[in-house]
Design a binder for this molecule. Structure first.
Ligand SMILES: [Zn+2]
Length: 153
């Protein structure tokens, strides 16, 4: 078992000149009025210019078809100094995915400085902000480490 450290996530993000995004697999579990979630970065990365990141829907469908539930998407806003917020493009993209997959989804946004922000969307738009309890790296040994997020809304 060997761990391939990718270094400080904040440094990695600040070095990246393009927006980076990845689908998140995991679980959202409703208990009474609280939804608990665990979300892990899936190994499909996309790069693009800021505001122009889009996903290959076939890769997403393949993930779903092989039994991995998409719980949302993670992406970076390297251009945003503090407390990243979703853009109108992000909202449109999230609404489309919520409609396509038929459920509410998480939109997690990192910048280079602050704790990532977690937004919950449904097919009508923004629903609420989620609390992020913990985030870090998973312990994958094959392809290095993937981001891991735990929280509630
Ligand atoms: Zn964005």
């Amino acid at each position: 078992m060997s761990f391939k450290k990718q270094g400080d996530p904040k440094e990695i993000i600040s070095m990246e000149k393009v927006e980076v995004c990845a689908p998140l697999i995991g679980q959202i579990v409703p208990v009474a009025k609280i939804h608990y979630f665990i979300a892990i970065e899936a190994d499909i990365d996309f790069e693009g210019k800021p505001f122009e990141v889009d996903f290959n829907y076939k890769d997403i469908y393949n993930l779903e078809d092989t039994g991995y539930a998409i719980v949302g998407f993670w992406h970076t806003h390297p251009f945003e100094e503090h407390a990243p917020s979703y853009s109108s493009t992000d909202e449109q993209t999230m609404k489309s995915w919520c409609t396509t997959l038929g459920r509410d989804l998480l939109c997690i946004i990192s910048n280079s400085k602050d704790f990532p922000e977690v937004f919950v969307f449904n097919r009508q738009g923004f629903v609420s902000k989620a609390s992020l309890w913990k985030w870090g790296w998973s312990c994958d040994t094959e392809k290095g480490l993937n981001r891991l997020f735990v929280g509630s809304f």
